[in-house]
Design a protein around this ligand. Structure first.
Ligand code: NAD
Length: 533
């Protein structure tokens, strides 16, 4: 295990359980001091790759949540009066800071989540892309728009985009930097303030994000962080929010949706998936293998858009399988901050237990292990090998349930229509990929796949990194979309403002009601004739 070059090593955790194995106390304090927390209690966070303590995270009370919202409301009022250009300039500054500080960001992500450095790099990259996209398209999404008025030239209609107010963001641990920030950037740009509750396991990374926002110049009070269990703080957040953005499991998403419904506030829910890849008979096999490795094993499969099911055409099945198994077996597993690892650790004992249970259940019921299939305690407490299963059947837990780990089930198909039907089987509908040399045909198939994003000749990056493209799930994978116009408009109310000149909406110039109705009928017919909408 190497040493963090930015922050230096370590107090010995054997002697002081409150000390960080990885960071100087001042470094940790500068991050955790941002949490609005007066409970006087703290929860120790551990490094998954080593099992050693990283930091004590102060915990927020319900009163702290109320304080966070009070600060957010005050800050939002002044913020909503700033210009779109001023807000966008801060996002561009954040873009530069994130690229400049990427090593520190990746170090922290690796320590806190246990993932390989190359998977950590996706996070500053995604935030830089998101910041730049929204900064550059701010006017397109937020400017007041002209719409058609009912009476040409006399009714002038404009639509304003009004900020919702205070947005509550509840985020998971799997991509702790990008999940903590990416949904908040458009919320800020649209004139909102944010109260965020990142997952308890990855608070430091989320707090570094908050620190970088402040360095970029976002005013204090605009971005407020609370810490604690979601089931305790979630309700108090929803009670005070004007909108909720939630990323996490489908089970929690349903609870959040019910609570938001009680208050009639909107929410976007980015939830789980059991994502399929289709490898068609004319696929470039090497490309499909490369994509499958990334799709299945990025962040040890703890990625919402990860693939857990692959349907491969009969004609190429054996060739694909041989190459995919060889590439999986050749993967380098290690913990640490260095480049060169192909896969890191799972984040927790809970995750290890779920992955182990899914694989053991499948094997006990007759599935074959083509690669992996075992925990690797020699590498770290929560390591599990990248695993390929064959012969998975509907009675096995991993057939339809999200594993959220490095486990892929391989299926052969003879008929494309049958493969599409099997890909659409189940309740989820987040992400899919199709490998084929015939891109036009793949696009036709994509329309039949019930997923919010479909990538062709790429696993997930083509849609996820194209920030102009809406991202989110169909069916039990979610509601609403992040990214693109959809990802910023969810944080605004549309307000129609119409001014009326000359004619009024009642009889005038001596007409009675009947004559007025006749005149209006003739006008409607005329407008239709000249092609008016
Ligand atoms: P989770 O639902 O248990 O937790 C996510 C967040 O919700 C955490 O911050 C947690 O503290 C909070 N939370 C938990 N219970 C809550 C409650 N009752 N009220 C309010 N907040 C509550 O999810 P997880 O298991 O930690 O995360 C993994 C899941 O997230 C997977 O299913 C994965 O597919 C999904 N995910 C989806 C996306 C996406 O964009 N669609 C992205 C990342 C992760």
């Amino acid at each position: 295990m190497s040493v963090n070059p930015t922050t230096g090593l370590p107090a010995d955790p054997e002697h002081d359980p409150r000390a960080s194995y990885a960071f100087e106390p001042e470094y940790v304090a500068a991050l955790t001091d941002q949490i609005i927390a007066t409970s006087g209690t703290g929860v120790t966070a551990y490094a998954p790759a080593t099992g050693k303590p990283l930091a004590v995270i102060p915990q927020s009370t319900v009163e702290d949540v109320a304080e966070a919202y009070a600060r957010a409301r005050r800050a939002q009022q002044a913020w909503a009066r700033t210009s779109i250009d001023d807000r966008a300039a801060l996002l561009m500054r954040l873009h530069d800071i994130v690229l400049d500080r990427q090593d520190e960001i990746m170090d922290l992500i690796c320590w806190e989540s246990g993932k390989a450095r190359k998977h950590a790099f996706d996070e500053p990259l995604h935030i830089a892309l998101t910041a730049r996209y929204y900064a550059r398209t701010a006017h397109k999404h937020l400017d007041t728009e002209r719409r058609l008025g009912v009476i040409p030239a006399l009714t002038r209609v404009e639509v304003n985009r009004v900020p919702k107010g205070v947005v509550g963001i509840i985020s998971p641990w799997n991509y702790p930097f990008t999940m903590a920030l990416c949904d908040g950037l458009p919320a800020l740009l649209a004139g909102n303030a944010v109260v965020t509750k990142p997952d308890a396991q990855t608070m430091l990374t989320a707090l570094l994000g908050a620190q970088l926002l402040e360095e970029a110049g976002f005013p204090r009070g605009l971005w407020n962080v609370v810490a604690g269990p979601g089931r305790e703080l979630g309700g108090p957040m929803i009670e005070r929010s004007d909108y909720i953005c939630f990323t996490g499991s489908t089970a929690t998403g349903k609870i959040i949706a019910q609570q938001c419904a009680d208050r009639l506030i909107g929410c976007s829910l980015e939830l789980g998936g059991k994502n399929p890849i289709l490898v068609l008979r004319d696929a470039d096999i090497d490309k499909a293998v490369e994509g499958a490795i990334r799709a299945c094993f990025s962040n040890a499969g703890q990625l919402c858009v990860s693939t857990e099911r692959m349907f491969v055409a009969d004609q190429v099945y054996d060739r694909f399988k041989e190459k995919f198994v060889a590439a999986t077996r050749a993967m380098r597993l290690s913990a640490g901050l260095e480049w060169g690892s192909d896969m890191g650790s799972l984040i927790s004992q809970d995750q290890l237990d779920t992955v182990t249970a899914h694989v053991d259940d499948a094997v006990a019921k007759g599935a074959r292990v083509l690669a992996g299939g075992k925990p690797r305690p020699d590498l770290g407490p929560f390591f599990y090998e990248p695993t390929i299963l064959e012969g998975v059947s509907p009675d096995m837990v991993c057939f339809g349930n999200e594993t959220f780990g490095p486990v892929i089930s391989l299926y052969r198909f003879h008929d494309e229509a049958d493969a599409i039907a099997r890909a659409n089987d189940g309740e989820y509908g987040l992400n899919a990929a199709i490998y084929s040399r015939d891109v036009r045909r793949a696009r036709v198939i994509a329309r039949q796949v019930k997923c919010g994003t479909v990538n062709i000749n790429e696993a997930f990056g083509a849609t996820f990194a194209s920030i102009d493209a809406p991202m989110g799930g169909m069916r039990e994978s979610g509601m609403g979309r992040r990214q693109g116009g959809e990802g910023i408009h969810r944080y605004t109310e549309t307000q129609a403002v119409a001014s009326q000149a000359l004619l009024r909406f009642s009889p005038q110039y001596g007409l009675d009601d009947q004559q007025y109705a006749k005149l209006m009928t003739t006008s409607l017919r005329l407008l239709n004739k000249i092609g008016r909408a």
